[in-house]
Write a protein of this length. Structure first.
Length: 330
């Protein structure tokens, strides 16, 4: 019979749990969710409902019938994956494509590796990048804001990131004159142009979510701040060197940078454990994002940058470790 050894008092009791953190992130996403419904209406509602329902169903079905274990959909992780996947999709994406993305996110990105806590890559980004490569036309069709009653027949337009890419490709800084001002990008009031995915429309709503998660100590500042600071510095240097590169404020407030830095890169399972490792991780994500955005084929590079650095997380954890309790520094 094994003995259960308990140390002397006092004892500390932590209130953290998987459920608490998952639902905490879901609450932090509510401002961005409400803004997406305000700007995209029925299209946003269809994408969100389909993605969440499909992710929950696939996790339940795979757990019960393939892995032969009790489904754990009540912990909120499947709901969170569904929300994050939906936030990375345009509001006019057909339902059948959303379902495929949910299957890839849960079935391949998560359950193939054993489920929650075992996946090396962010499941929502696995689903998103699979759809982006498989259905590039549908995934890069960006509806104009304000078409609340329209879904698949919504009018589309060019996003700020597309204009930035066009300015670099043509070597003509005048394309940047068509960019919305910084306040419009912050609030999501992008008129006469495509707004991007439903979750990246309003940077202010995402920042409110960041403040909430920092307040509740769900995440720390190290990853989001290091990503945003790296992009700001590098894009500022590029802009000073050549005006065909957009100013750093527009770069930060455009596309999925805020969404990725705050909600995707901070995933517990796929990010480093130490604060030093998280800063290195964030700096590398910011660097890769700038490289892909400015010299890659895609206007957006955040999703690919995070997935690439997900692969390096075990290496970072191996070489950047916390000091052992009582260890003497030589």
């Amino acid at each position: 019979m094994s003995k259960f050894i308990v140390s002397l008092s006092p004892h500390a009791h932590g209130t953290d749990s998987v459920e608490r953190n998952m639902y905490g992130v879901i609450i932090a996403l509510v401002p961005a969710l409400l803004v997406s419904l305000y700007y995209f209406g029925i299209g946003s509602a269809v994408v969100l409902a389909t993605s969440v329902a499909a992710c929950v169903f696939f996790e339940w079905a795979i757990s019960k019938y393939l892995m032969k274990r009790e489904p754990s959909i009540s912990d909120g992780s499947a709901i969170l994956t569904g929300l994050l996947l939906a936030f990375n999709l345009p509001s006019n994406l057909p339902i059948w494509i959303i379902i495929i993305g949910a299957f890839v996110a849960i079935g391949i990105g998560k359950m193939t590796f054993g489920g929650l806590g075992c996946n090396p890559f962010n499941p929502a980004l696995v689903g998103r990048c699979f759809l982006l490569v498989s259905f590039p036309a549908q995934m890069t069709s960006w509806p104009l804001v304000g078409q609340l009653a329209k879904y698949t027949d919504a009018e589309t337009g060019a996003t700020p990131l597309y204009l930035m890419k066009l300015a670099i490709k043509e070597g003509d800084a005048s394309y940047l004159d068509q960019l919305p001002d910084s306040l419009s990008l912050l609030l999501g009031n992008v008129a006469n142009g495509g707004a991007g995915t439903i979750g990246e429309i309003c940077a202010l709503a995402l920042l409110i979510g960041l403040v909430y998660m920092l307040w509740k100590k769900i995440i720390t500042w190290h990853i989001p701040v290091s990503i945003i600071a790296t992009v700001f510095v590098l894009c500022g240097l590029l802009h000073l060197a050549n005006p065909i590169y957009a100013n750093p404020v527009s770069e930060i407030l455009s596309g999925g940078l805020m969404l990725g830095a705050i909600f995707m890169a901070t995933d517990y399972v796929t990010s480093p454990m130490t604060h030093k490792g998280q800063i290195l991780y964030g700096v590398c994500i910011g660097l890769l994002t700038v490289i892909i955005r400015n010299w890659g084929s895609y206007p957006e590079g955040m999703s690919f940058a995070i997935l690439i650095m997900n692969a390096f997380t075990p290496l970072i954890n191996t070489y950047i470790k916390p000091k052992r309790f009582g260890e003497v520094i030589k």
